[in-house]
Design a protein around this ligand. Sequence first.
Ligand code: MRU
Length: 366
Amino acid sequence: MNIDGIPTRTLRADPARRTFEIIDQTRLPHALHWLPVATLAQAAHAIRAMQVRGAPLIGATAAYGLAVALSGQEGDDASDARLHEAAALLRSTRPTAVNLHWALARMENALRGLSTAERGTAAWAEAAAIAEEDVAQNAAIGRHGLDLLRRLPRRHGRVLNVMTHCNAGWLATVDHGTALSPVYAAHDAGLPVHVWVSETRPRNQGLLTAWELAQHGVPHTVVADNAAGILLRQGKVDAVIVGADRIAANGDVANKVGTYLKGLACADNGIPFYVAAPRSTLDFACPDGAGIPIEERDGDEFRLVHGLAEDGTPAVVRQLPAAQAVGNPAFDVTPARLVTAIVTERGACPASRDGLRTLYPETADD
Ligand code: MRU
């Protein structure tokens, strides 16, 4: 995706200096700030504090976090003990996005059989391969998703109206995004598209979506989460596309809390509900959505609201007293029956065990 007209990725690695840079997403949409990550602790903090977020980018960051842990600015220690300790710390940062576990397992598999002298360089190379694959797979999701979008009837004239939830765009991946990749592909191909962006309380990832759509020049409108139902009912939405943090073997989809309500409203209004995700989000070892761990986050995400004061400086406003009991589940599970299709780098398939197995026959033994 372009920032100020320059093709830019969300993660920039510098293996020679044993460091990498991320965009601090806690400062968006108000400030674009690149943050250096040079230690294991910084990498783990970046994921846990959601300076990076979005399932594929969490995976890529964890991979580079492991590289930094074995061969970083704190020195070289690629022993079995360090590998195990670093992977365990990174794995503990966030529970729901399976891409994190997938990336760390892949790193460990690539490194375990090597000598400690070989592991540092190999870790940086494997992390780069994970990032490159993410870019290629998301681009392919864009092409397959565009085929679906082109076939949709448009209820409001020439413009295709797509709704999304949370941020499953460029910022949530190394490049392109998952749910937004078909949207960018459509826009770039000249298909007029407009995106309804739901705010996504309590962390407001919809504002990240609005920011990146604006960077790329895609028309969009931000709405409160609670407005989704009326828009779907009024025929103002031709399709909903969301990303995923984990898709179980039967096609049940864990994604940002609020996704399930959109799936229900789509079903009631006969509107297609698509889920776009790469292979690294598919968890064939998890039989159905009941087995997906749902992250419960700190209640202060709810009690405090972050933004800018009138003078433009960052400000935090308390909307609930510190003692107020709040619930803050970060994800929900949309049952496969509500999902029209899952779009992966290999194409679109029904959200079912058979559909996923048809796209990924090599997983039959998982
Ligand atoms: O808590 P977050 O912001 O990491 O949650 C992100 C989402 O739920 C995304 O929709 C999902 O990770 C897919 S990102 C391509």
